[in-house]
Design a binder for this molecule. Structure first.
Ligand code: NAD
Length: 357
C-alpha cells in the first residue's frame, strides 16, 4: 500500500534542506519505496500566504498523512508578531493536533566528526544514545499556572507538574519498544527524591518494565546525576526516558555532546506510530538562501521516518550507511568542516548521498 508523506519545508534554510531529503525519497521511490509526496505551508511561509502559521488545510493534510517531514520554522521577519500567531505556534499546533506525545532525540556522534565535540574524542567517539521525552504533558501543560498577586502586593509565578499513570505508562512503553531494537537498556530519569509526581513516574516505570519488558534492563537516575553523567561518561547510556521538562534540557545537552547541530534528526510519535520528523536545529536565518546549510539532519530524519512510521528499516539502514560513506569520503558542509576535508554545498551534499544510494 502506498504511504503518504506530507512535506512541510517551512522557513529559512527549511526549503533548502528539505529539497535534499526529497531527492533522497525520490531516489528510494525509484528503487521500490511505495510513497506519495505532498507539500504544504507552515510557519512564516504560511503566515505570508494566509495570515496564520498553521492553516486548517495543512493540519488536515498532516492528519491524513502516514508521516510528516518538517524543515524548520521562524525568522526575524515574524518576530514582532503577537506570540499567538508566530511561526513557532505552527509547530505546537501540529504536535497537539496530531497527538505527538513521544519525542525521540538520538545523539549520535559519527567517529569521523569526533573532533567537532567540545569533549575529548575518547569520551564521545561512537556515542549513540536516544532520549525519549514525554512531549504533551508535565509542567509545560499542567494547570493551574500563571502569575498572581499576593495579599502583600508581591507577585508569585506558579506552574503545576502533573502526570497521570496512563501518560507515564505509554511513554515508558515507547522507550521499552525502542530499546529492544537497540541495546535493550532503558534509564528512566526522574527526581523521585523531591517530587511526588516523579515518585509515581518511577513506580509506574518499574511496574510496566517488569511486567512487559523483562528482557530490557531498567535503571533509574535522578535528573541532576543524569546531567552530570551525560557530560562525564555519556556512552554508558542506551535509551533514556524522561518527563517533558527534563527531556527538553537533557536532549539539548546530549545533542551538544556531538558538536554538530546540523547532523541530528528527531521524531515525534503518536499512539499509533504515526510521526512528524524534523532536524533538531532551527531555520538558521544567518545562512538561509546561500546553499550552505547541512542537509544531513533532515536526510537522517527521513531514515527515522522509514524506521518508525513506514516499517522500512532496511531502507533506513541504507540511508544511514550512505551518510557514513559520504563522511568517509571526506565531504563536509561548512558547519562540520575540518582540515583536509572537502567543503561542499547543501545541494552537493544531497547529491552525494543520492549517488551512494
Ligand atoms: P538555529 O538552530 O536556527 O541556528 C543556530 C546556529 O546553528 C546558527 O549559527 C545556524 O547557522 C547554525 N545551524 C543550524 N542549522 C544548521 C544547518 N543545518 N547547517 C549548518 N548550520 C546550521 O537556532 P536559532 O538561531 O536560535 O534560531 C533561528 C530561528 O529558528 C528562530 O526563529 C527560532 O525560533 C527558530 N527555531 C525553529 C526550530 C524549529 O523549527 N524546530 C527550532 C529552533 C529554532
Amino acid at each position: 500500500m502506498t504511504k503518504k508523506i506530507l512535506i512541510l519545508p517551512g522557513d529559512g534554510i527549511g526549503p533548502e534542506i528539505v529539497a535534499q531529503a526529497v531527492k533522497v525519497l525520490e531516489k528510494l521511490q525509484n528503487q521500490g519505496l511505495a510513497v506519495e509526496l505532498d507539500e504544504a505551508p507552515v510557519g512564516g511561509a504560511a503566515i505570508d500566504a494566509s495570515g496564520v502559521p498553521l492553516p486548517e488545510e495543512t493540519l488536515e493534510k498532516a492528519k491524513a498523512a502516514d508521516a510528516v517531514l518538517l524543515g524548520a520554522v521562524g525568522g526575524a521577519k515574524w518576530e514582532a508578531l503577537d506570540i499567538a500567531i508566530r511561526p513557532e505556534k505552527g509547530l505546537l499546533g501540529l504536535r497537539a493536533g496530531l497527538g505527538l506525545f513521544a519525542n525521540l532525540r538520538p545523539a549520535l556522534l559519527y567517529p569521523q566528526l569526533a573532533d567537532a565535540s567540545t569533549l575529548k574524542p575518547e569520551v564521545v567517539s561512537g556515542l549513540d544514545i536516544l532520549i525519549v521525552r514525554e512531549l504533551t504533558g508535565g509542567i509545560y501543560f499542567g494547570q493551574p499556572r500563571g502569575i498572581r498577586t499576593l495579599e502583600n502586593g508581591e507577585r508569585e509565578g506558579f506552574n503545576t507538574l502533573v502526570y497521570r499513570e496512563s501518560e507515564i505508562e505509554r511513554i515508558v512503553r515507547v522507550a521499552g519498544d525502542i530499546a529492544r531494537k537497540r541495546d535493550s537498556r532503558v534509564c528512566s530519569v526522574d527526581k523521585a527524591n523531591v517530587l511526588e509526581c516523579t515518585e509515581l513516574w518511577r513506580e509506574v516505570a518499574t511496574r510496566v518494565m517488569e511486567a512487559d519488558y523483562a528482557d530490557v534492563e531498567l535503571s533509574h537516575m535522578y535528573v541532576d546525576n543524569a546531567a552530570m553523567q551525560l557530560v562525564k561518561a555519556p556512552k554508558q547510556f542506551d535509551v533514556m526516558v524522561t518527563t517533558n521538562m527534563f527531556g527538553d534540557i537533557l536532549s539539548d545537552a546530549a545533542a551538544m555532546l556531538t558538536g554538530s547541530i546540523g547532523m541530528l534528526p528527531s521524531a515525534s510519535l503518536d499512539e499509533k506510530g504515526k510521526g512528524m520528523y524534523e532536524p533538531i536545529h532551527g531555520s538558521a536565518p544567518d545562512i538561509a538562501g546561500q546553499d550552505k546549510a547541512n542537509p544531513l539532519a533532515t536526510i537522517l530524519s527521513v531514515a527515522m521516518m522509514l524506521r518508525y512510521s513506514l516499517e522500512e528499516s532496511e531502507m533506513a539502514d541504507r540511508i544511514e550507511a550512505a551518510v557514513n560513506r559520504v563522511l568517509d569520503e571526506g565531504l563536509r558542509t561548512a558547519d562540520i568542516l575540518s582540515e583536509g576535508m572537502r567543503e561542499v554545498s547543501c545541494s552537493e551534499m544531497g547529491d552525494a548521498v543520492v549517488a551512494v544510494l
